[in-house]
Design a protein around this ligand. Structure first.
Ligand code: GLC
Length: 595
Protein backbone atom coordinates (compact mmCIF):
# COMPACT_ATOMS: atom_id res chain seq x y z
CA UNK A 1 0.00 0.00 0.00
CA UNK A 2 1.61 3.29 -1.05
CA UNK A 3 2.16 5.38 2.05
CA UNK A 4 0.60 8.47 0.54
CA UNK A 5 -2.56 6.60 -0.41
CA UNK A 6 -2.96 5.28 3.11
CA UNK A 7 -2.21 8.68 4.60
CA UNK A 8 -4.66 10.37 2.25
CA UNK A 9 -7.38 7.89 3.12
CA UNK A 10 -6.77 8.21 6.85
CA UNK A 11 -6.82 11.98 6.64
CA UNK A 12 -10.13 11.99 4.75
CA UNK A 13 -11.62 9.35 7.04
CA UNK A 14 -10.80 11.50 10.02
CA UNK A 15 -12.79 14.40 8.54
CA UNK A 16 -15.81 12.37 7.51
CA UNK A 17 -19.14 12.23 9.27
CA UNK A 18 -21.22 9.04 9.15
CA UNK A 19 -23.25 10.27 6.16
CA UNK A 20 -20.05 10.82 4.16
CA UNK A 21 -18.77 7.38 5.03
CA UNK A 22 -21.95 5.45 4.29
CA UNK A 23 -22.44 7.29 0.98
CA UNK A 24 -19.06 6.00 -0.20
CA UNK A 25 -20.30 2.43 0.31
CA UNK A 26 -23.12 2.80 -2.19
CA UNK A 27 -22.82 2.11 -5.95
CA UNK A 28 -26.04 3.23 -7.64
CA UNK A 29 -27.18 2.49 -11.19
CA UNK A 30 -27.23 5.57 -13.44
CA UNK A 31 -30.89 5.27 -14.43
CA UNK A 32 -31.96 5.82 -10.82
CA UNK A 33 -29.34 8.41 -9.82
CA UNK A 34 -28.82 12.07 -10.70
CA UNK A 35 -25.69 14.15 -10.17
CA UNK A 36 -27.59 16.02 -7.45
CA UNK A 37 -28.22 12.68 -5.74
CA UNK A 38 -24.49 11.99 -5.87
CA UNK A 39 -23.77 15.35 -4.25
CA UNK A 40 -26.54 15.19 -1.67
CA UNK A 41 -25.97 11.60 -0.54
CA UNK A 42 -22.16 11.52 -1.00
CA UNK A 43 -22.48 8.51 -3.36
CA UNK A 44 -19.14 6.78 -3.90
CA UNK A 45 -19.82 5.14 -7.25
CA UNK A 46 -22.27 4.95 -10.14
CA UNK A 47 -22.50 2.13 -12.66
CA UNK A 48 -24.11 1.28 -15.98
CA UNK A 49 -25.79 -2.10 -16.02
CA UNK A 50 -25.66 -3.87 -19.39
CA UNK A 51 -27.34 -1.65 -21.99
CA UNK A 52 -27.88 1.30 -19.61
CA UNK A 53 -26.58 4.11 -21.80
CA UNK A 54 -26.72 7.95 -21.89
CA UNK A 55 -28.13 10.05 -24.71
CA UNK A 56 -27.37 8.69 -28.16
CA UNK A 57 -24.83 6.27 -26.67
CA UNK A 58 -21.94 8.07 -28.29
CA UNK A 59 -18.55 8.57 -26.68
CA UNK A 60 -19.30 12.25 -26.08
CA UNK A 61 -22.54 11.33 -24.27
CA UNK A 62 -20.60 9.10 -21.88
CA UNK A 63 -17.96 11.73 -21.21
CA UNK A 64 -20.62 14.38 -20.55
CA UNK A 65 -22.56 12.06 -18.26
CA UNK A 66 -19.61 11.06 -16.11
CA UNK A 67 -18.31 14.61 -16.09
CA UNK A 68 -21.59 15.69 -14.50
CA UNK A 69 -21.52 12.91 -11.90
CA UNK A 70 -17.86 13.55 -11.09
CA UNK A 71 -18.36 17.32 -10.75
CA UNK A 72 -21.25 16.65 -8.39
CA UNK A 73 -19.05 14.39 -6.26
CA UNK A 74 -16.45 17.14 -6.02
CA UNK A 75 -18.81 19.98 -5.08
CA UNK A 76 -17.37 22.04 -2.23
CA UNK A 77 -20.52 22.94 -0.36
CA UNK A 78 -21.33 23.24 3.32
CA UNK A 79 -21.44 19.76 4.82
CA UNK A 80 -19.74 18.07 1.88
CA UNK A 81 -16.29 16.55 1.59
CA UNK A 82 -15.20 16.27 -2.07
CA UNK A 83 -14.39 12.66 -2.90
CA UNK A 84 -14.09 11.77 -6.61
CA UNK A 85 -16.79 9.42 -7.87
CA UNK A 86 -15.92 6.07 -9.45
CA UNK A 87 -17.95 5.18 -12.55
CA UNK A 88 -18.00 1.47 -13.43
CA UNK A 89 -19.08 -0.53 -16.46
CA UNK A 90 -18.94 -4.08 -17.82
CA UNK A 91 -16.24 -3.59 -20.41
CA UNK A 92 -15.52 -7.30 -20.58
CA UNK A 93 -14.57 -7.70 -24.26
CA UNK A 94 -14.03 -4.05 -25.09
CA UNK A 95 -16.09 -1.07 -23.96
CA UNK A 96 -18.95 -2.74 -25.72
CA UNK A 97 -21.99 -0.97 -24.27
CA UNK A 98 -20.96 1.99 -26.40
CA UNK A 99 -21.79 2.23 -30.11
CA UNK A 100 -18.73 1.93 -32.34
CA UNK A 101 -16.49 0.26 -29.76
CA UNK A 102 -13.88 -2.30 -30.73
CA UNK A 103 -15.43 -5.64 -29.74
CA UNK A 104 -12.82 -8.34 -29.25
CA UNK A 105 -13.57 -12.04 -28.74
CA UNK A 106 -15.23 -13.14 -25.53
CA UNK A 107 -12.95 -14.90 -23.07
CA UNK A 108 -13.68 -18.44 -24.30
CA UNK A 109 -12.12 -17.57 -27.68
CA UNK A 110 -9.15 -15.94 -25.98
CA UNK A 111 -8.68 -19.13 -23.99
CA UNK A 112 -8.39 -21.01 -27.30
CA UNK A 113 -5.64 -18.59 -28.42
CA UNK A 114 -3.33 -19.51 -25.50
CA UNK A 115 -1.58 -16.15 -25.81
CA UNK A 116 -1.03 -14.23 -22.52
CA UNK A 117 0.88 -11.45 -24.33
CA UNK A 118 -2.15 -10.85 -26.58
CA UNK A 119 -4.36 -10.64 -23.49
CA UNK A 120 -2.33 -7.72 -22.14
CA UNK A 121 -2.68 -5.87 -25.47
CA UNK A 122 -6.42 -6.48 -25.58
CA UNK A 123 -6.84 -5.29 -21.99
CA UNK A 124 -4.79 -2.22 -22.87
CA UNK A 125 -7.03 -1.34 -25.83
CA UNK A 126 -10.04 -1.93 -23.61
CA UNK A 127 -8.64 0.47 -21.01
CA UNK A 128 -8.07 3.13 -23.69
CA UNK A 129 -11.65 2.81 -24.95
CA UNK A 130 -13.01 2.97 -21.38
CA UNK A 131 -10.89 6.07 -20.69
CA UNK A 132 -12.11 7.63 -23.96
CA UNK A 133 -15.61 7.59 -22.46
CA UNK A 134 -14.44 9.25 -19.24
CA UNK A 135 -14.91 6.17 -17.04
CA UNK A 136 -12.54 4.77 -14.43
CA UNK A 137 -13.46 1.15 -13.63
CA UNK A 138 -14.42 -2.01 -15.47
CA UNK A 139 -15.85 -5.21 -14.00
CA UNK A 140 -13.18 -7.34 -15.63
CA UNK A 141 -11.48 -9.80 -15.80
CA UNK A 142 -13.88 -12.62 -15.15
CA UNK A 143 -11.76 -15.40 -13.66
CA UNK A 144 -14.40 -18.12 -13.63
CA UNK A 145 -13.15 -21.68 -14.14
CA UNK A 146 -16.22 -23.21 -15.74
CA UNK A 147 -16.82 -26.86 -14.90
CA UNK A 148 -20.20 -27.25 -16.58
CA UNK A 149 -20.64 -25.75 -20.05
CA UNK A 150 -24.41 -25.61 -19.56
CA UNK A 151 -23.82 -22.40 -17.61
CA UNK A 152 -25.00 -19.35 -19.55
CA UNK A 153 -21.74 -17.53 -18.70
CA UNK A 154 -19.37 -20.19 -20.05
CA UNK A 155 -18.16 -17.74 -22.70
CA UNK A 156 -16.98 -15.37 -19.99
CA UNK A 157 -14.52 -18.06 -18.85
CA UNK A 158 -11.11 -18.59 -20.49
CA UNK A 159 -11.10 -22.31 -19.79
CA UNK A 160 -12.13 -25.32 -17.70
CA UNK A 161 -8.43 -25.51 -16.77
CA UNK A 162 -7.52 -23.22 -13.85
CA UNK A 163 -3.92 -23.03 -15.09
CA UNK A 164 -5.04 -21.43 -18.38
CA UNK A 165 -7.24 -18.92 -16.56
CA UNK A 166 -4.41 -18.17 -14.12
CA UNK A 167 -1.99 -17.63 -17.02
CA UNK A 168 -4.13 -14.72 -18.21
CA UNK A 169 -5.15 -13.11 -14.92
CA UNK A 170 -2.08 -10.99 -14.23
CA UNK A 171 -1.72 -9.87 -17.86
CA UNK A 172 -5.35 -8.76 -17.94
CA UNK A 173 -5.01 -6.78 -14.71
CA UNK A 174 -1.75 -5.18 -15.85
CA UNK A 175 -3.23 -4.31 -19.25
CA UNK A 176 -6.17 -2.55 -17.59
CA UNK A 177 -4.54 -0.91 -14.56
CA UNK A 178 -1.10 -0.25 -16.03
CA UNK A 179 0.89 1.97 -13.69
CA UNK A 180 -2.31 3.18 -12.00
CA UNK A 181 -1.93 6.59 -13.54
CA UNK A 182 -4.13 8.52 -15.97
CA UNK A 183 -3.58 5.79 -18.57
CA UNK A 184 -5.16 3.03 -16.54
CA UNK A 185 -8.57 1.94 -15.33
CA UNK A 186 -9.42 0.02 -12.18
CA UNK A 187 -9.86 -3.72 -12.73
CA UNK A 188 -12.23 -6.06 -10.91
CA UNK A 189 -11.53 -9.78 -10.51
CA UNK A 190 -14.85 -11.66 -10.48
CA UNK A 191 -16.83 -13.44 -9.23
CA UNK A 192 -15.42 -14.52 -5.87
CA UNK A 193 -15.73 -17.47 -5.55
CA UNK A 194 -16.74 -20.61 -7.40
CA UNK A 195 -19.05 -18.98 -9.98
CA UNK A 196 -18.07 -21.55 -12.62
CA UNK A 197 -18.59 -24.57 -10.42
CA UNK A 198 -22.31 -24.66 -9.72
CA UNK A 199 -24.13 -27.97 -9.86
CA UNK A 200 -25.60 -28.40 -13.34
CA UNK A 201 -24.07 -25.09 -14.37
CA UNK A 202 -27.15 -23.30 -13.04
CA UNK A 203 -26.53 -19.54 -12.94
CA UNK A 204 -26.29 -18.25 -9.36
CA UNK A 205 -26.58 -21.83 -8.16
CA UNK A 206 -24.72 -23.83 -5.53
CA UNK A 207 -21.08 -24.89 -5.85
CA UNK A 208 -20.78 -28.07 -3.82
CA UNK A 209 -17.14 -28.99 -3.27
CA UNK A 210 -14.46 -29.26 -0.62
CA UNK A 211 -12.47 -26.22 0.42
CA UNK A 212 -9.43 -27.85 -1.16
CA UNK A 213 -11.22 -28.06 -4.53
CA UNK A 214 -12.62 -24.54 -4.20
CA UNK A 215 -9.16 -23.09 -3.64
CA UNK A 216 -7.27 -25.36 -6.08
CA UNK A 217 -9.71 -24.89 -8.95
CA UNK A 218 -11.64 -21.64 -8.47
CA UNK A 219 -9.30 -19.49 -6.39
CA UNK A 220 -6.17 -20.38 -8.40
CA UNK A 221 -6.57 -17.55 -10.97
CA UNK A 222 -7.07 -14.96 -8.23
CA UNK A 223 -3.56 -15.46 -6.86
CA UNK A 224 -1.79 -13.92 -9.90
CA UNK A 225 -4.52 -11.26 -10.14
CA UNK A 226 -3.93 -10.24 -6.51
CA UNK A 227 -0.18 -10.39 -7.08
CA UNK A 228 -0.65 -8.04 -10.04
CA UNK A 229 -2.42 -5.60 -7.72
CA UNK A 230 -6.03 -5.88 -8.79
CA UNK A 231 -7.83 -3.14 -6.85
CA UNK A 232 -11.35 -4.59 -6.62
CA UNK A 233 -13.01 -8.00 -6.36
CA UNK A 234 -16.68 -8.73 -6.97
CA UNK A 235 -18.54 -11.14 -4.72
CA UNK A 236 -20.31 -13.95 -6.52
CA UNK A 237 -24.03 -14.69 -6.64
CA UNK A 238 -23.46 -18.41 -6.19
CA UNK A 239 -23.32 -20.19 -2.87
CA UNK A 240 -20.64 -22.57 -1.65
CA UNK A 241 -22.09 -25.64 0.02
CA UNK A 242 -25.37 -23.74 0.45
CA UNK A 243 -23.85 -20.58 1.96
CA UNK A 244 -24.16 -17.50 -0.28
CA UNK A 245 -20.76 -15.99 -1.10
CA UNK A 246 -22.16 -12.56 -0.34
CA UNK A 247 -22.88 -13.77 3.21
CA UNK A 248 -19.65 -15.64 3.82
CA UNK A 249 -17.33 -13.92 6.27
CA UNK A 250 -15.02 -16.88 5.86
CA UNK A 251 -14.65 -16.45 2.09
CA UNK A 252 -14.79 -12.65 1.86
CA UNK A 253 -12.78 -11.70 4.94
CA UNK A 254 -10.87 -14.63 6.41
CA UNK A 255 -9.69 -16.11 3.09
CA UNK A 256 -9.68 -13.25 0.55
CA UNK A 257 -8.65 -10.34 2.78
CA UNK A 258 -6.92 -12.31 5.53
CA UNK A 259 -5.13 -15.34 4.16
CA UNK A 260 -4.64 -13.96 0.61
CA UNK A 261 -3.97 -10.40 1.77
CA UNK A 262 -6.33 -8.62 -0.62
CA UNK A 263 -6.08 -4.91 0.26
CA UNK A 264 -8.51 -3.40 -2.24
CA UNK A 265 -12.27 -3.44 -1.76
CA UNK A 266 -15.03 -5.98 -2.34
CA UNK A 267 -18.14 -4.93 -4.26
CA UNK A 268 -21.34 -6.92 -4.22
CA UNK A 269 -22.92 -8.08 -7.44
CA UNK A 270 -26.15 -6.59 -8.87
CA UNK A 271 -28.63 -6.54 -5.96
CA UNK A 272 -26.71 -9.53 -4.66
CA UNK A 273 -27.09 -8.30 -1.09
CA UNK A 274 -30.89 -8.38 -1.33
CA UNK A 275 -30.81 -12.10 -2.09
CA UNK A 276 -29.51 -12.89 1.39
CA UNK A 277 -32.77 -12.33 3.25
CA UNK A 278 -36.29 -11.04 2.65
CA UNK A 279 -35.59 -8.51 5.40
CA UNK A 280 -33.25 -6.01 3.77
CA UNK A 281 -31.73 -4.95 7.10
CA UNK A 282 -30.75 -8.51 7.93
CA UNK A 283 -29.45 -9.02 4.39
CA UNK A 284 -27.37 -5.85 4.49
CA UNK A 285 -25.95 -6.44 7.94
CA UNK A 286 -24.97 -9.96 6.91
CA UNK A 287 -23.21 -8.82 3.75
CA UNK A 288 -21.30 -5.89 5.26
CA UNK A 289 -20.23 -7.86 8.31
CA UNK A 290 -19.14 -10.69 5.99
CA UNK A 291 -16.80 -8.31 4.15
CA UNK A 292 -18.72 -6.57 1.36
CA UNK A 293 -17.34 -3.01 1.27
CA UNK A 294 -19.46 -1.41 -1.49
CA UNK A 295 -23.05 -2.34 -2.35
CA UNK A 296 -24.12 -2.40 -6.03
CA UNK A 297 -27.79 -1.36 -6.18
CA UNK A 298 -29.96 -1.29 -9.30
CA UNK A 299 -32.81 0.97 -8.09
CA UNK A 300 -33.45 1.13 -4.33
CA UNK A 301 -30.15 2.69 -3.27
CA UNK A 302 -31.83 5.30 -1.02
CA UNK A 303 -33.53 2.52 0.92
CA UNK A 304 -30.19 0.71 1.14
CA UNK A 305 -28.50 3.87 2.47
CA UNK A 306 -31.23 4.47 5.02
CA UNK A 307 -30.92 0.86 6.13
CA UNK A 308 -27.15 1.25 6.51
CA UNK A 309 -27.70 4.24 8.80
CA UNK A 310 -30.22 2.28 10.85
CA UNK A 311 -27.93 -0.74 11.19
CA UNK A 312 -25.05 1.41 12.45
CA UNK A 313 -27.36 3.21 14.88
CA UNK A 314 -28.59 -0.14 16.18
CA UNK A 315 -25.03 -1.45 16.48
CA UNK A 316 -25.72 -4.32 14.06
CA UNK A 317 -22.77 -3.13 11.98
CA UNK A 318 -19.84 -1.96 14.12
CA UNK A 319 -18.23 1.38 13.24
CA UNK A 320 -14.93 -0.46 12.93
CA UNK A 321 -16.33 -2.41 9.95
CA UNK A 322 -17.67 0.79 8.35
CA UNK A 323 -14.30 2.50 8.76
CA UNK A 324 -12.50 -0.53 7.31
CA UNK A 325 -14.79 -0.55 4.25
CA UNK A 326 -14.53 3.20 3.66
CA UNK A 327 -10.78 3.15 4.21
CA UNK A 328 -10.45 0.49 1.54
CA UNK A 329 -12.61 2.46 -0.89
CA UNK A 330 -10.69 5.70 -0.29
CA UNK A 331 -7.34 3.93 -0.58
CA UNK A 332 -8.35 2.43 -3.93
CA UNK A 333 -9.38 5.86 -5.19
CA UNK A 334 -6.07 7.28 -3.98
CA UNK A 335 -3.98 4.42 -5.43
CA UNK A 336 -5.74 4.87 -8.77
CA UNK A 337 -4.73 8.53 -8.76
CA UNK A 338 -8.33 9.69 -8.80
CA UNK A 339 -7.73 12.58 -6.39
CA UNK A 340 -5.16 14.05 -8.76
CA UNK A 341 -7.18 13.63 -11.96
CA UNK A 342 -8.94 16.55 -13.65
CA UNK A 343 -12.65 16.35 -14.40
CA UNK A 344 -13.45 13.57 -16.93
CA UNK A 345 -14.03 16.01 -19.80
CA UNK A 346 -10.50 17.38 -19.35
CA UNK A 347 -8.61 14.09 -19.06
CA UNK A 348 -6.03 13.19 -21.76
CA UNK A 349 -8.00 10.20 -23.12
CA UNK A 350 -11.47 11.81 -23.04
CA UNK A 351 -13.14 11.58 -26.47
CA UNK A 352 -9.96 10.00 -27.82
CA UNK A 353 -10.07 9.14 -31.54
CA UNK A 354 -8.49 5.79 -30.67
CA UNK A 355 -11.99 4.66 -29.67
CA UNK A 356 -12.91 2.01 -32.26
CA UNK A 357 -9.88 3.00 -34.32
CA UNK A 358 -8.24 0.81 -36.97
CA UNK A 359 -5.22 0.06 -34.77
CA UNK A 360 -7.50 -1.36 -32.06
CA UNK A 361 -9.55 -3.31 -34.57
CA UNK A 362 -6.34 -4.84 -35.95
CA UNK A 363 -5.50 -6.26 -32.51
CA UNK A 364 -9.06 -7.58 -32.17
CA UNK A 365 -8.80 -9.17 -35.63
CA UNK A 366 -5.53 -10.84 -34.62
CA UNK A 367 -7.34 -12.24 -31.59
CA UNK A 368 -10.10 -13.61 -33.84
CA UNK A 369 -7.53 -15.40 -35.99
CA UNK A 370 -5.77 -16.91 -32.99
CA UNK A 371 -9.04 -18.01 -31.37
CA UNK A 372 -10.26 -20.23 -34.22
CA UNK A 373 -10.04 -23.98 -33.62
CA UNK A 374 -10.02 -26.39 -36.58
CA UNK A 375 -11.83 -29.59 -35.61
CA UNK A 376 -12.09 -31.24 -39.03
CA UNK A 377 -10.60 -30.74 -42.48
CA UNK A 378 -11.36 -33.75 -44.67
CA UNK A 379 -9.77 -33.75 -48.09
CA UNK A 380 -7.99 -30.51 -47.21
CA UNK A 381 -11.03 -28.54 -48.27
CA UNK A 382 -9.35 -25.77 -46.26
CA UNK A 383 -7.74 -23.39 -47.12
CA UNK A 384 -10.35 -22.21 -49.60
CA UNK A 385 -8.97 -20.67 -52.79
CA UNK A 386 -9.82 -16.95 -52.99
CA UNK A 387 -10.86 -17.39 -56.62
CA UNK A 388 -13.21 -20.29 -55.90
CA UNK A 389 -16.95 -19.94 -56.53
CA UNK A 390 -18.07 -19.78 -52.90
CA UNK A 391 -21.58 -20.01 -51.48
CA UNK A 392 -21.79 -18.39 -48.02
CA UNK A 393 -24.82 -19.36 -45.92
CA UNK A 394 -26.10 -19.68 -42.35
CA UNK A 395 -27.95 -17.39 -39.95
CA UNK A 396 -24.72 -16.23 -38.33
CA UNK A 397 -22.81 -15.45 -41.55
CA UNK A 398 -23.92 -11.84 -41.93
CA UNK A 399 -24.84 -10.75 -38.41
CA UNK A 400 -22.29 -8.76 -36.43
CA UNK A 401 -24.68 -8.78 -33.48
CA UNK A 402 -24.75 -12.56 -33.34
CA UNK A 403 -20.97 -12.89 -33.67
CA UNK A 404 -20.44 -10.52 -30.69
CA UNK A 405 -22.67 -12.35 -28.21
CA UNK A 406 -23.97 -11.00 -24.90
CA UNK A 407 -22.82 -7.85 -23.07
CA UNK A 408 -22.63 -5.98 -26.39
CA UNK A 409 -24.66 -2.76 -26.78
CA UNK A 410 -27.41 -4.56 -24.85
CA UNK A 411 -27.10 -6.79 -21.81
CA UNK A 412 -28.42 -9.72 -23.84
CA UNK A 413 -26.46 -8.67 -26.92
CA UNK A 414 -27.50 -7.33 -30.34
CA UNK A 415 -29.31 -9.16 -33.13
CA UNK A 416 -28.29 -7.34 -36.28
CA UNK A 417 -25.47 -5.69 -38.19
CA UNK A 418 -26.67 -2.15 -37.64
CA UNK A 419 -26.29 -2.25 -33.85
CA UNK A 420 -22.59 -3.04 -34.22
CA UNK A 421 -21.00 -0.02 -35.87
CA UNK A 422 -17.64 -0.63 -37.52
CA UNK A 423 -16.11 -4.03 -37.95
CA UNK A 424 -17.14 -6.76 -40.38
CA UNK A 425 -19.50 -9.70 -40.39
CA UNK A 426 -17.95 -13.01 -41.39
CA UNK A 427 -19.65 -12.68 -44.79
CA UNK A 428 -18.32 -9.13 -45.24
CA UNK A 429 -14.83 -10.43 -44.48
CA UNK A 430 -15.17 -13.22 -47.06
CA UNK A 431 -16.67 -10.94 -49.70
CA UNK A 432 -13.76 -8.53 -49.33
CA UNK A 433 -11.23 -11.14 -50.51
CA UNK A 434 -13.25 -13.57 -52.64
CA UNK A 435 -14.64 -12.03 -55.81
CA UNK A 436 -16.77 -15.05 -56.66
CA UNK A 437 -18.56 -15.35 -53.32
CA UNK A 438 -22.36 -15.32 -53.11
CA UNK A 439 -24.60 -15.14 -50.00
CA UNK A 440 -27.73 -17.22 -49.47
CA UNK A 441 -28.73 -17.36 -45.81
CA UNK A 442 -30.61 -20.64 -45.94
CA UNK A 443 -28.47 -22.08 -48.71
CA UNK A 444 -31.38 -22.38 -51.12
CA UNK A 445 -29.28 -20.85 -53.93
CA UNK A 446 -26.87 -23.81 -53.75
CA UNK A 447 -26.05 -25.09 -57.25
CA UNK A 448 -23.24 -27.58 -57.97
CA UNK A 449 -22.89 -25.97 -61.41
CA UNK A 450 -22.16 -22.58 -59.86
CA UNK A 451 -20.52 -23.31 -56.53
CA UNK A 452 -17.24 -25.10 -55.77
CA UNK A 453 -17.49 -24.89 -51.99
CA UNK A 454 -19.83 -23.57 -49.28
CA UNK A 455 -18.99 -21.77 -46.03
CA UNK A 456 -21.91 -22.14 -43.61
CA UNK A 457 -21.90 -20.05 -40.41
CA UNK A 458 -24.23 -21.48 -37.77
CA UNK A 459 -24.70 -21.68 -34.02
CA UNK A 460 -26.14 -19.83 -31.06
CA UNK A 461 -27.78 -16.43 -30.88
CA UNK A 462 -26.73 -13.96 -28.14
CA UNK A 463 -27.50 -14.42 -24.46
CA UNK A 464 -26.13 -13.38 -21.07
CA UNK A 465 -26.09 -14.85 -17.57
CA UNK A 466 -29.01 -17.09 -16.60
CA UNK A 467 -30.71 -16.53 -19.96
CA UNK A 468 -27.87 -18.52 -21.46
CA UNK A 469 -28.30 -21.53 -19.20
CA UNK A 470 -29.00 -24.94 -20.68
CA UNK A 471 -31.36 -26.67 -18.24
CA UNK A 472 -34.76 -28.18 -17.89
CA UNK A 473 -37.50 -26.27 -16.17
CA UNK A 474 -38.67 -22.72 -16.50
CA UNK A 475 -37.44 -19.40 -15.30
CA UNK A 476 -35.72 -19.13 -11.94
CA UNK A 477 -36.15 -16.09 -9.73
CA UNK A 478 -33.20 -13.78 -9.33
CA UNK A 479 -32.81 -10.34 -7.93
CA UNK A 480 -33.94 -9.47 -4.50
CA UNK A 481 -36.55 -9.11 -1.86
CA UNK A 482 -36.93 -5.40 -2.44
CA UNK A 483 -36.38 -5.32 -6.19
CA UNK A 484 -38.79 -6.49 -8.85
CA UNK A 485 -38.21 -10.19 -9.14
CA UNK A 486 -36.77 -10.81 -12.60
CA UNK A 487 -37.23 -14.31 -13.86
CA UNK A 488 -34.70 -15.56 -16.32
CA UNK A 489 -35.85 -18.09 -18.91
CA UNK A 490 -33.02 -20.44 -19.94
CA UNK A 491 -31.59 -20.56 -23.47
CA UNK A 492 -32.59 -24.16 -23.96
CA UNK A 493 -32.67 -27.62 -22.44
CA UNK A 494 -30.00 -29.41 -24.47
CA UNK A 495 -26.44 -28.96 -25.72
CA UNK A 496 -27.42 -30.81 -28.90
CA UNK A 497 -27.29 -28.09 -31.57
CA UNK A 498 -29.49 -29.99 -34.04
CA UNK A 499 -32.29 -30.01 -31.42
CA UNK A 500 -31.87 -26.38 -30.26
CA UNK A 501 -31.23 -24.94 -33.72
CA UNK A 502 -32.40 -27.45 -36.37
CA UNK A 503 -32.25 -24.71 -38.99
CA UNK A 504 -28.46 -25.03 -39.02
CA UNK A 505 -28.27 -28.71 -39.95
CA UNK A 506 -31.05 -28.12 -42.48
CA UNK A 507 -28.93 -25.44 -44.18
CA UNK A 508 -25.85 -27.66 -44.25
CA UNK A 509 -27.79 -30.64 -45.62
CA UNK A 510 -29.59 -28.50 -48.23
CA UNK A 511 -26.20 -27.54 -49.65
CA UNK A 512 -24.55 -30.92 -49.17
CA UNK A 513 -27.45 -32.51 -51.15
CA UNK A 514 -26.16 -30.56 -54.14
CA UNK A 515 -22.82 -32.32 -53.83
CA UNK A 516 -21.09 -29.13 -52.68
CA UNK A 517 -18.39 -29.57 -49.98
CA UNK A 518 -19.29 -27.67 -46.80
CA UNK A 519 -16.99 -25.74 -44.45
CA UNK A 520 -18.97 -25.13 -41.27
CA UNK A 521 -18.10 -22.28 -38.91
CA UNK A 522 -19.76 -22.45 -35.48
CA UNK A 523 -20.55 -19.25 -33.58
CA UNK A 524 -21.21 -20.23 -29.95
CA UNK A 525 -20.57 -19.27 -26.35
CA UNK A 526 -19.53 -22.81 -25.46
CA UNK A 527 -18.76 -26.22 -26.94
CA UNK A 528 -21.94 -27.94 -28.18
CA UNK A 529 -22.96 -31.43 -29.24
CA UNK A 530 -22.49 -31.11 -33.01
CA UNK A 531 -22.13 -34.71 -34.18
CA UNK A 532 -24.67 -34.35 -37.01
CA UNK A 533 -23.26 -31.05 -38.24
CA UNK A 534 -19.70 -32.42 -38.11
CA UNK A 535 -20.70 -35.52 -40.09
CA UNK A 536 -22.39 -33.37 -42.74
CA UNK A 537 -19.36 -31.05 -43.10
CA UNK A 538 -16.02 -31.61 -44.79
CA UNK A 539 -14.44 -29.02 -42.50
CA UNK A 540 -15.54 -27.64 -39.15
CA UNK A 541 -14.23 -24.56 -37.29
CA UNK A 542 -15.10 -23.46 -33.74
CA UNK A 543 -15.15 -19.63 -33.89
CA UNK A 544 -16.69 -18.93 -30.44
CA UNK A 545 -17.91 -15.29 -30.15
CA UNK A 546 -15.35 -13.40 -32.28
CA UNK A 547 -16.73 -9.88 -31.80
CA UNK A 548 -16.82 -7.04 -34.33
CA UNK A 549 -13.87 -8.14 -36.50
CA UNK A 550 -15.42 -11.04 -38.38
CA UNK A 551 -12.88 -10.63 -41.18
CA UNK A 552 -10.42 -12.43 -38.94
CA UNK A 553 -12.26 -15.64 -39.84
CA UNK A 554 -11.61 -15.11 -43.56
CA UNK A 555 -7.92 -14.46 -42.81
CA UNK A 556 -7.61 -18.09 -41.74
CA UNK A 557 -10.17 -19.81 -43.99
CA UNK A 558 -8.25 -18.59 -47.06
CA UNK A 559 -4.88 -19.57 -45.59
CA UNK A 560 -3.41 -16.10 -45.11
CA UNK A 561 -2.88 -17.17 -41.50
CA UNK A 562 -2.51 -20.63 -39.99
CA UNK A 563 -4.95 -22.14 -37.51
CA UNK A 564 -3.34 -22.09 -34.07
CA UNK A 565 -6.27 -22.26 -31.65
CA UNK A 566 -6.77 -25.25 -29.36
CA UNK A 567 -9.89 -26.19 -27.38
CA UNK A 568 -10.02 -24.52 -23.93
CA UNK A 569 -12.87 -26.85 -22.97
CA UNK A 570 -13.58 -30.52 -23.61
CA UNK A 571 -15.88 -30.80 -26.65
CA UNK A 572 -18.83 -33.10 -25.80
CA UNK A 573 -20.20 -36.02 -27.79
CA UNK A 574 -23.34 -36.23 -25.62
CA UNK A 575 -25.59 -33.81 -23.79
CA UNK A 576 -23.54 -33.99 -20.56
CA UNK A 577 -21.95 -30.71 -19.59
CA UNK A 578 -20.29 -31.65 -16.29
CA UNK A 579 -16.49 -31.54 -16.40
CA UNK A 580 -15.02 -34.98 -15.87
CA UNK A 581 -18.26 -36.66 -16.97
CA UNK A 582 -18.22 -35.38 -20.55
CA UNK A 583 -17.75 -38.08 -23.23
CA UNK A 584 -15.32 -36.16 -25.45
CA UNK A 585 -15.77 -35.73 -29.15
CA UNK A 586 -12.52 -33.79 -28.87
CA UNK A 587 -10.33 -33.34 -25.76
CA UNK A 588 -9.26 -30.00 -24.31
CA UNK A 589 -6.14 -28.96 -26.20
CA UNK A 590 -7.29 -30.40 -29.53
CA UNK A 591 -6.86 -28.28 -32.65
CA UNK A 592 -5.75 -29.12 -36.22
CA UNK A 593 -3.57 -27.02 -38.50
CA UNK A 594 -3.64 -26.68 -42.26
CA UNK A 595 -0.02 -27.75 -42.77
C1 GLC B 1 -24.32 -8.76 -13.38
C2 GLC B 1 -23.14 -9.71 -13.38
C3 GLC B 1 -21.82 -9.04 -13.13
C4 GLC B 1 -21.85 -7.62 -13.66
C5 GLC B 1 -22.86 -6.85 -12.84
C6 GLC B 1 -23.02 -5.40 -13.33
O1 GLC B 1 -25.42 -9.35 -12.75
O2 GLC B 1 -23.22 -10.83 -12.50
O3 GLC B 1 -20.81 -9.83 -13.77
O4 GLC B 1 -20.56 -7.02 -13.51
O5 GLC B 1 -24.14 -7.47 -12.84
O6 GLC B 1 -23.58 -5.37 -14.61
Amino acid sequence: MPVDARAHAESLLGQMRLEHKLGQMIQAERASTTPDDVARYHIGSVLSGGGSVPGANRVADWVAMNDAYWMASMREEEGRIPVPLLYAIDAIHGNTNVLGATVFPHNIGLGAARDPELIERLARLCAEEVLATGLDWTFAPTLAVVRNIKWGRTYESFSEDPAIVASYAAQYVKGLQGALDENGVIACAKHWIGDGGTTGGVDQGDTACSEEELLRIHAAPYLPALEAGVLTVMASFNSWNKEKCHASRYLLTDVLKGRLGFDGFVISDWDGVDQLDDDIATALATAINAGVDMVMVSVEWKKMLETLHRLVAEGRIPMSRIDDAVRRILEVKARAGLFERPRPAERPWANSPTFGAAAHRAIAREAVRKSLVLLKNDGSVLPVAKGARILVAGKNADNRGHQCGGFTVEWQGARSNDRIEGGTSIWEGIRAVAANAEFSEDGSAADRARHDVAIVVIGETPYAEGMGDIRHGGAVPRGSGIQTMTNLAPYGSTLVLAERHPEDLATIQRIQAQGIPVVTVLISGRPLVTNAELDASQAFVAAWLPGSEGAGVADVLFGDHEFRGTLPFTWPKTDEGEYGRVVPAFPRGFGLTLR
